[in-house]
Design a protein around this ligand. Structure first.
Ligand SMILES: Nc1nc2c(ncn2[C@@H]2O[C@H](COP(=O)(O)OP(=O)(O)OP(=O)(O)O)[C@@H](O)[C@H]2O)c(=O)[nH]1
Ligand SMILES: [Mg+2]
Length: 206
């Protein structure tokens, strides 16, 4: 296993989902603990790193924000190749953004088949069109490893969701190390390739 920061293994985590569901808002909450009502549509890719403690061990996530707009889809695919975790985000205000995830989910099975898959419903501060039952059925049908509901506006649920993800990554990392298999799956994303990182997680909502 490679050590990206000298603080333990680094896991590549990609944020996926339709236009406007709040991928960048989640990214900014994690990176700087800020929320922007007037966040503009992402035109490419951005990344940051964030360190979590699991059982006294540091788990570094290299988190990648992607563009929801269709024309960037091919570019986005290149970034989630061999990701250790894919976070599928929908807006609870829009049921079509949940169903839209089926496409991303299929892609991820092809390009990052070993990735931990997490389903996140964002904008829980607004009136929901997607109820818990619908989200749970969707999560079950697509065998997500974990699901959560958050609000990037208020910050609610973000800490728990990412702490849970860090635990899953830690467990998977240990399993693969122990079994001596899939060494490459835990290969670290080169942190010097990332943009926008390097605040050491200061001020992060997590
Ligand atoms: N009320 C509310 N608004 C939110 C929340 N999260 C994001 N938004 C708003 O939703 C809009 C879109 O958010 P973005 O984070 O830019 O969405 P995105 O998924 O990155 O969109 P693309 O980059 O175009 O794919 C912005 O106006 C945000 O302020 C939330 O939890 N609650
Ligand atoms: Mg964005």
């Amino acid at each position: 296993m490679s050590l990206g920061t000298g603080r333990g293994p680094t896991y590549k985590v990609v944020l996926l989902g339709e236009l406007g569901v709040g991928k960048t808002s989640l990214f900014r909450r994690i990176k700087e603990n800020i929320f922007d009502e007037f966040s503009t549509s992402t035109q490419g890719i951005d990344s940051c790193t964030k360190v979590f403690k699991v059982d006294g061990e540091s788990i570094t996530m290299s988190i990648w924000d992607t563009a929801g707009v269709e024309r960037f889809r091919t570019l986005t695919r290149n970034y989630y190749r061999n990701a250790h975790a894919a976070v599928f985000i929908y807006s609870v205000t829009d049921v079509s953004s949940l169903h839209f995830l089926t496409q991303w989910e299929k892609d991820t099975q092809n390009f990052a088949p070993n990735a931990i898959r997490m389903l996140i419903g964002n904008k829980s501060d607004l009136e929901a069109e997607v109820d818990d039952y619908t989200a749970e059925q969707f999560a079950k049908m697509h065998t997500f490893d974990r699901d959560a509901v958050i609000s990037c506006k208020t910050g609610k649920g973000i800490h728990e969701a990412f702490e849970g993800l860090a635990k899953l990554l830690h467990e998977q990392g240990e399993k693969e190390e122990g079994g001596g298999q899939n060494e490459g799956v835990i290969a670290v994303t080169a942190l010097d390739n990332t943009r926008g990182g390097g605040n050491g997680g200061k001020g992060c909502a997590c």
